[in-house]
Write a protein that binds this ligand. Structure first.
Ligand code: AMP
Ligand code: GLY
Length: 422
């Protein structure tokens, strides 16, 4: 089979790397990909960047199965366009991807289906939003309704901060994403990423994972797209796993179907788990997580092409995923000044090599005119390793990371700390 992966991040590198190991694969293309997918054996970058270009390429090639990495093409309707052209693609339709593309849609949906989530209110006028937070007090959470590439959520610890966040969002700084704002009750606890595959009817959970959203050690500093992740996340006990499936995942898949908005694709529930084991849904993403995908793909033993092929055929009930029993840890190396405008063009030097139990997944990387590997985005690399325990996996990832250098590099030294502390 010929496979097309859409996207250019670390998530797409990890997906493509796993897909190309399938016995069923003849070729894996990545559109547009990055320097890592360009150099990876068996992967081919194609410089295509729009829905029309992807459809045309998939028809001409022809591509047997397309997998979408990021949310933007989903909310642009890439799945609808492929299906209309008779092409197989794994992902949600434009309408279904509103679960991620509109926080207000997701919150209202959760209310209709009694899916546990934080109390909230939605505003289209700044004055009313200001009034509401004065009533509610701080801490409080302000979210732009639309897609904002990880910049749309402010966890305000003071009323000042909350008022500023509202002004910022309504000022148009986030474009259309901030025309509507969701204000949400502040929740405390431990977060987990719970990702499943759905064919619209059947659901197949992936291994659990935990992301590290803040830039600095100890979960300090600004929010980012994610500075590292590990799998499995021990906070999700077998009992909690069953509860999440029962209270969050199944009601979502069934509810979407019942509303005539059948959900197919990866579904990512970002969860807050309180100390007494209550779960609340913080957000839905219509895709895999980045960097959660990197450790999850290191652990996946099943043939991913076979699995996704069954998924697009509505036969996920026949799938039982097999996982490496070991833990995986991925540490993100970010560019200078990330998460603000990152500097690009810094030369990346890697003096080591990966083995079977480690892999360096690329995200914001490129090859410059001189043939050098350089930074080209905020999150640059995700150094990922497997180990018998989380500690061993983390040590191995950090050892591999020590081989790699670029000016201005930033990374957290404590990926996995919550689980390691226990
Ligand atoms: P989201 O994109 O909605 O997941 O929000 C990004 C991050 O903000 C989450 O991963 C949490 O760390 C934090 N966050 C979101 N909603 C809440 C909430 N209601 N209470 C506390 N923290 C939150
Ligand atoms: N790592 C969080 C996300 O992919 O949204």
């Amino acid at each position: 089979m010929k496979i097309l992966v859409i996207g250019s991040g670390g998530r797409e590198h990890a997906l493509a790397w796993r897909l190309v190991q399938s016995k069923k694969v003849s070729r894996v293309y990545v559109a547009p990909g990055n320097a890592g997918t360009k150099r990876e054996e068996g992967l081919y970058n194609v410089d295509l960047n729009s829905v029309d270009e992807w459809v045309r390429f998939a028809k001409e090639e022809p591509i047997d199965l397309t997998v979408v990495g990021p949310e933007a093409p989903l909310s642009q309707g890439v799945v609808d366009a492929f299906r209309n052209a008779g092409l197989a693609i794994f992902g949600p339709t434009q309408l279904a991807s509103q679960l991620e593309a509109s926080k207000d849609f997701a919150k209202a949906f959760m209310m209709r289906h009694s899916i546990p989530t934080a109390a909230y209110a939605t505003f289209e006028e700044a004055a009313l939003a200001h009034q509401y937070i004065d009533q509610q007090g701080a801490p409080i959470v302000i979210k732009a309704d639309g897609l904002a590439a990880g910049k749309g959520v402010v966890v305000a610890m003071s009323l000042d901060e909350a008022h500023q966040a509202i002004d910022h969002m309504f000022s148009g700084a986030l474009g259309g994403a901030g025309h509507r704002v969701v204000i949400e009750e502040f929740l405390e606890g431990e977060e987990a990423s719970f990702i499943v595959l759905s064919d619209g009817e059947n659901v197949c959970p992936l291994a659990t994972s935990q992301d590290h959203k803040r830039l600095l050690d100890g979960d300090l500093g600004p929010n980012t797209g994610g500075m590292g992740a590990y799998s499995p996340a021990p906070v999700v006990t077998p009992m909690l796993h069953a509860k999440i499936m029962r209270e969050v995942i199944m009601p979502t898949i069934r509810g979407m179907k019942a509303e005539g908005n059948t959900y197919t694709g990866f579904l990512y529930a970002g969860l807050m788990i309180s100390p007494n084991g209550d779960i609340k849904t913080l957000e839905f993403n219509c895709r895999m997580g980045d960097p959660e995908t990197q450790p999850i793909m290191m652990r996946l033993k099943s043939d991913l092409v076979e699995v996704l092929d069954l998924a697009v055929k509505g036969r996920l009930d026949q799938v039982h995923l097999e996982w490496d029993r070991r833990s995986a840890v991925g540490v993100v190396m970010a560019a200078y000044n990330y998460p603000n405008t990152p500097r690009t063009g810094d030369v990346i030097v890697d003096q080591g090599v990966s083995d079977l139990d480690s892999h360096v997944f690329h995200a914001g990387t490129a090859i410059d005119d001189k043939g050098q590997l350089v930074t080209r985005g905020g999150r640059v690399l995700c150094v990922t390793a497997l180990g018998d325990t989380l500690r061993v996996a983390a040590n191995k990832a950090y050892q591999r990371l020590a081989d790699i250098q670029f000016d201005g590099q930033q990374y957290r030294r404590d990926i996995g700390w919550r689980a390691l502390k226990n």
